[in-house]
Design a protein. Structure first.
Length: 109
């Protein structure tokens, strides 16, 4: 019996967490990070240095949770169930940069 499994699907707890967090607006985490920075600055001005450092360190985890939330919303969990639309949305002949890749030969001044 092998300990390593080749099944890379998410467990039921992860799916439940992702289903709930994907309902939250993405800017909630940005506002939470900005709020923690403002609260930290306020605490610093009030002379509560240790509390200011503690609250100020919340900004990074809030921003990381926002990135995680955005990834869950755009990619979803277990992306195997639906095909990726990234490659389909930009076929090679319709890529916006392809219009500008070759210069015009008949430029008149």
């Amino acid at each position: 019996m092998s300990v390593i499994q080749n099944d890379h699907s998410e467990g039921p707890v992860t799916k439940a967490i992702e289903n709930q967090t994907s309902k939250l607006p993405s800017d909630l985490f940005l506002w939470a990070a900005l709020g923690s920075m403002a609260a930290s600055a306020t605490l610093k001005c009030l002379g509560k240095d240790k509390s200011a450092l503690f609250v100020g360190q919340w900004a990074a985890p809030f921003l990381l949770l926002g990135v995680y939330n955005k990834i869950v919303k755009t990619e979803g969990h277990d992306n195997k169930s639906r095909p990726s639309k990234r490659l389909e949305s930009y076929p090679a002949e319709a890529h916006p940069i392809s219009d500008y890749s070759e210069p015009e030969n008949d430029i008149t001044l």
